[in-house]
Design a protein around this ligand. Structure first.
Ligand code: SAM
Ligand code: SF4
Ligand code: F3S
Length: 564
């Protein structure tokens, strides 16, 4: 271990927190002061994907269990945890750009500690981290996050065993680089759950990580270097967590993994899974016999029923799937499980085979389309979203046009597109990043405009139909020069063009937003009490990114049987 690592392990000096202790009124009773007053407050800033959001829930849970309180803003927190994303340079730049502000904050509030976690903390580049993020006091890789409270010196000898344990995180080697090893994450998740140390950020929708890391070799992608090889959680642990989530009344559960549908291949074969004999139709051959898979998990979670025999969790989702691992068994499970929603996120990345090969995706456009056709016939009307990268190394105009054609042919409901951003240490660095920035930008805009038309057409097909909307939140209406901004960009970054909804459904009604089972964003008006409920909504307006509707039944069932 280097001296830098030892410094990171050093606990915070006790005076750090004493600086901001609440004033003691009576010195005779000072020792009986509630502990929370002497514990630091924390703020977690989460960037990136759902896995990061889930990881942040675990880190917040640790700090709460250690006795810390939540600060409402970064500016008032004693401990600032930044859970970073590194998928594109821009994601890391966002955090680098805040270093000045953080340094000022530390000057004005001495004792503030900044911890940087997540995918920007990569073992191979550890030596350069302090230079890139000068305001940061401690760096934790994603697989080191379970040690957050301990490394901050916040865990007492009386703390539950799980919190006290620190085994310096192991590393492994991928493509000659030292990377995280997610080996201990399944056990630390189990300990966190056993000790109620997962502070879920919603009471409606729950994240449930099932497989950590990524075994794929997409040449552009940093994730295998930041998160390490795949490690699946034990089947029974996942099922136990799903049961807890059901008992706690959550209506939606999303299973998480960088490749959620490769779940289980690294677990031991067991007789009880003897009926599983999946053949992979693309990519590297794997022995999948008698090992649990995502299909088995979906069916088991769907089998958790309420007293009326309906799925106890009405909406079951999973993200992100890889075309290699989209087995027939998974498609059958999606079709047969009531609670599995009618939506699939399946990244295509490019509509050209040579580009896919250069990207290391190892499937062809034909394979992708064959999988999609199969799903569409098994689950009619299923909504499909995808990811696309434009301007990857060597992409010609024709190859880009092939991607546009794939979008026109396949007709995705939603496309998350980005220009290629070279990432340190990835295999693609050996290829020339030869598509000029202005060409990447032009291709991205062209693609987004083609997709906008497709999204609008697909959304218009919902006009006049009644859908179940799980109401997730009250939406703040932005005001522009005193008027409501009708082309506001909502929290999901989606321009919705929705006129003011507040008050439009009677006194006390506010603007609300939720999602259908097909994952369509729906804006509606209603009382704030509808948040967390599933309501029947008639769709009256369709934009390219969202729908708007009117509540026709505020007492809709929350179960799949009532779905459209
Ligand atoms: N595991 C998923 C899959 O199979 O594609 C995706 C996870 S990745 C974190 C999310 C998306 O980021 C990818 O689908 C890809 O489109 C995009 N992405 C990854 N690396 C990128 C890069 N270097 N430049 C631009 N976009 C990138
Ligand atoms: Fe990255 Fe590819 Fe793994 Fe997705 S499958 S996380 S794009 S390496
Ligand atoms: Fe970003 Fe890491 Fe997720 S790179 S997208 S936070 S896995």
């Amino acid at each position: 271990m280097t001296s830098q690592r030892i410094e990171e392990l050093a606990p915070l000096p006790v005076q750090t927190h004493a600086l901001r202790q609440a004033p003691v009124v009576d010195p005779d009773v000072a020792e009986f002061r509630p502990e929370s007053h002497s514990m630091p407050s924390f703020f977690v800033w989460t960037l990136g994907c759902q896995m990061n959001q889930s990881d942040s829930e675990e880190m917040a849970g640790q700090l709460l269990a250690a006795g810390c309180g939540r600060a409402t803003a970064m500016e008032t927190a004693d401990i600032i945890v930044i859970n970073t994303c590194a998928v594109r340079e821009h994601a890391e730049a966002k955090v680098i750009g805040r270093q000045g502000m953080l340094a000022d904050l530390k000057k004005s509030r001495p004792g503030t500690r900044v911890v940087l976690t997540g995918c920007a903390v990569r073992e191979a580049e550890r030596a350069g981290l302090a230079k890139r993020f000068p305001a940061v006091d401690m760096f934790l890789r994603p697989d080191e996050e379970p040690e957050l409270a301990l490394r901050l010196g916040l865990v007492s000898a009386q703390a539950p065993i799980g919190l006290q344990t620190v085994a310096t995180a192991a590393t492994t080697v991928v493509a000659g680089r030292s990377v995280s090893a997610a080996d201990r994450l399944a056990a630390s998740r189990a300990a966190a759950l056993a000790e109620s140390r997962v502070a879920r950020s919603s009471t409606i929708s729950a994240w449930l990580p099932i497989v950590y890391g990524c075994d794929k070799t997409c040449t552009y992608c940093i994730v295998p270097f930041s998160r390490g090889p795949e490690r699946s959680r034990p089947f029974d642990d996942i099922l136990a967590e799903a049961r807890e989530i059901a008992a706690a009344g959550f209506q939606e559960l999303t299973l998480l993994g960088q490749n959620v549908n490769s779940y289980g291949h690294d677990l031991p074969a067991e007789a009880r899974f003897g009926h599983i004999r999946t053949e992979r139709s693309a990519g590297r051959r794997l022995d999948l016999v008698s090992r649990p898979d995502l299909a088995e998990l979906l069916c088991a979670i769907d089998g958790i029923r309420d007293a009326d025999g309906r799925p106890a969790i009405s909406r079951l989702r999973f993200i992100t799937s890889h075309p290699w691992d989209l087995s027939d068994r998974l498609i059958e499970a999606m079709a047969s499980c009531d609670s599995v929603t009618e939506h699939l996120h399946l990244p295509i990345q490019s509509g050209d085979d040579a580009m896919l090969q250069r990207m290391g995706r190892q499937y062809t456009v034909a394979h992708y389309r064959e999988r999609l056709e199969r799903i569409r016939s098994a689950v009619p009307g299923i909504a499909v979203s995808t990811d696309v990268i434009v301007g990857f190394c060597g992409e010609t105009e024709e190859q880009f046009q092939a991607t546009l054609q794939a979008l026109r042919d396949i007709r995705f409901d939603t496309v998350f597109a980005a220009a290629y951003s070279p990432r340190p240490g990835t295999p693609a660095l050996r290829m020339a990043d030869d598509v000029p920035a202005d060409v990447k930008r032009r291709r991205l805009n062209e693609l987004l405009s083609v997709q906008q038309g497709i999204g609008l057409e697909l959304n218009r097909a919902w006009l006049g139909r009644d859908v179940d909307v799980l109401v997730e939140r009250v939406t703040p209406q932005r005001r522009v020069n005193g008027a409501v901004d009708e082309d506001a960009t909502d929290d999901d970054g989606e321009s919705v063009g929705v006129p003011s909804l507040a008050g439009s459904a009677g006194e006390g009604s506010v603007a609300l937003a939720g999602r259908t089972r097909h994952n369509k964003l729906v804006h509606l008006a209603g009382r704030p009490e509808l948040v967390g409920r599933s309501v029947r909504v008639r769709v009256e307006f369709a934009g390219p990114f969202a729908l708007r509707g009117r509540v026709v039944d505020g007492t809709a069932q929350t179960h799949a049987s009532a779905a459209s």
